[in-house]
Design a protein around this ligand. Structure first.
Ligand code: B1M
Length: 217
């Protein structure tokens, strides 16, 4: 027996397979058929979350995630004006960057894309970001989470400064600090007093979504 595919399945599947043109077209079609922007967003997020799960299980790899994220971004460009006019708000805001002295950004970019795939707004501070900059940006953007990535054993120590600067600035109780990157571990997280360590981009996005799910307003 054949199962009929809905327009939402089309969106999710074309995103999962990284088909930019098809993703944009099916998003537009769903909107033309008068489906709400929120429903369409959920279909995009569903696709990205399936990609994230497969990435965690090593069923797909970095290139597949990057092309899926490109399709997600394309779909979001079509969707954005409808989200704005329907007043659909982002679920929260994150500032993200690679710490001072560190120029590796492939993992950080994956984390960013996965978090965006959860309907969360992400302000990307780039690479070589000082602790002061992380904290100032979190204050200026009123972000709920600071996400720090580090790939070098020599730069991961900057994450401790982020925790300290957040304390000094008086925002430690209102912001969660998430850390990750190849040399980072759970015991390192504990030693510096950060809130969450996650080993990969998909888990980082899950944790970010769960943080905002428990935060009011
Ligand atoms: Co560099 N490099 N590199 N490098 N580089 C490593 C990291 C290294 C392990 C290579 C090695 O020696 N085997 C080594 C670090 C050794 C150490 O400190 N333990 C190293 C070194 C030494 C250096 C230089 C010092 C080399 C030199 O110049 N002598 C130099 C440093 C420059 C600097 O940053 N100041 C350098 C430079 C570079 C390039 C510029 C050439 C390039 C970076 C290009 C770019 O990023 N735009 C580069 C690359 C590509 C690598 C390797 C080969 C790949 C890193 C990568 O992108 N992996 C790397 C060796 C390796 O890993 N095999 C290496 C793929 C990416 C998807 O994984 O970033 O780990 P990753 O992200 C993962 C998770 O860690 C996690 O999610 C992602 C996947 O799900 N994650 C988070 C990441 N951030 C997270 C944040 C979170 C949660 C999860 O929450 C906030």
């Amino acid at each position: 027996m054949e199962v009929a595919m809905s327009i939402f399945d089309d969106i999710s599947l074309s995103l999962q397979t990284g088909k930019l043109k098809e993703t944009k077209e099916s998003v537009q079609l769903a909107l033309d058929e008068k489906h709400s922007a929120n429903e369409v967003l959920n279909a995009l997020m569903d696709g990205m979350s399936i990609v994230g799960d497969k990435f965690k299980k090593n069923e797909v790899f970095v290139p597949e995630v990057l092309i899926a994220a490109r399709a997600m971004n394309g779909g979001m460009v079509v969707l954005k004006p409808y989200l704005v006019s329907e007043g659909v708000k982002a679920k929260g805001k994150v500032v993200i960057g690679t710490v001072k002295g560190d120029l590796h950004d492939i993992g950080k970019n994956l984390v960013k894309m996965m978090i965006e795939g959860r309907g969360i707004e992400v302000v990307d501070l780039g690479t070589d970001v000082s602790a002061e900059h992380f904290v100032q940006a979190a204050q200026a953007e009123n972000a709920g989470i600071i996400c720090c990535s580090a790939l070098l054993t020599t730069t991961m120590t900057e994450m401790k400064n982020v925790v300290q600067k957040a304390e000094n600035a008086g925002i430690r109780n209102s912001v969660k600090i998430m850390i990750g990157g190849a040399p980072v571990t759970e015991s390192f997280r504990k030693s510096i007093g950060a809130d969450y360590y996650t080993p990969d981009a998909a888990t980082a996005a899950e944790v970010a979504a769960s943080i905002f799910a428990t935060v009011k307003g």
